[in-house]
Design a protein around this ligand. Structure first.
Ligand code: ATP
Length: 242
């Protein structure tokens, strides 16, 4: 459920690498419980912005608050209140399913007792209980992604950041992945997601389209399609990001 409380507030976020401006005065708010899509062509500046919002990289200038904490001075508190998943930073292939859950639960500061209680429930919900002692390396990609997402929200963060979470999987597996995303929002978790798949853009409550470091459009998929006289988000994207 989307509330009217702002969980992320970004005003005039600028990130420069030398003289190159990767994020050029980004301004937007994200509401609690919202699925906020962050789209843009390769190199548009999405990962740069996500890293700042996760407290992993410092902005050059701007006013940025994530889960009530300042992105310049309170990055440790931000990290404790969020979950993060990307294709690159994900599960340990040479650990089993259960070991990965225990490992990440520990990293996120959960007590052993809580990890034990919640992991059995999670394994059963995902249909992975029988596979709990299987090495992650031998799971199909779609299962790895579902497990990686579940691990990223295992500690019940306020926000989860997903950087191209479903890269390389087919539309049916992507749809199943999105079922998990909807379940998470029902528990009040806010989802901030980047994707290159326009079917996924349609599943977001609001979508931002970034072009060359700037936000070119920000609205619901329906409003964007209206505004750009397009049938699909794919068409909207092509009109803007070309
Ligand atoms: N550490 C860095 N030093 C210099 N330039 C960088 C650095 N990180 C990113 N950039 C540049 O900033 C721009 C934005 O990169 P970013 O990774 O944020 O794009 P993106 O929208 O996430 O793209 P993709 O969809 O390919 O992941 C690119 O031109 C990239 O080369």
């Amino acid at each position: 459920m989307i509330t009217d409380s702002k969980i992320i507030e970004v005003k005039d976020l600028v990130k420069k690498f030398g003289s190159f401006v990767a994020n050029d005065h980004l301004t937007f708010d994200v509401y609690q419980g919202e699925i906020f899509g962050f789209l843009g062509a390769n190199g548009a500046g999405k990962t740069t912005a996500i890293k700042i919002l996760c407290g992993l990289s410092s902005p050059t200038s701007g006013k940025i608050s994530v889960a009530g904490f300042d992105a310049f001075t309170q990055t440790e508190l931000i990290k404790r209140n969020i979950g993060y998943m990307s294709q690159k930073f994900s599960l340990y292939e040479d650990l089993t399913v259960a070991e990965n859950i225990r490992f990440y639960g520990g990293i996120y500061g959960m007590a052993m007792k809580e990890i034990k209680q919640k992991s059995e429930d999670l394994l059963r919900r995902l249909g992975l209980y029988e596979e709990r002692n299987t090495l992650v390396a031998s799971l199909p990609l779609g299962w790895k992604q579902k497990l990686a997402f579940s691990v990223a929200i295992f500690h019940d963060p306020k926000i989860v950041f997903l950087d191209e979470p479903t890269g390389g999987v087919d539309p049916i597996t992507r749809r199943q992945f999105w079922e998990l995303i909807y379940e998470a929002t029902e528990r009040g978790i806010t989802v901030f997601v980047t994707t290159h798949y326009m079917d996924e853009a349609e599943y977001c409550n609001r979508v931002t389209i970034m072009v060359n470091g700037k936000i070119e459009a920000l609205d619901t998929p329906t409003m964007l399609k209206d505004a750009y006289k397009a049938e699909t988000m794919d068409e909207v994207f092509l009109k803007l990001a070309r």
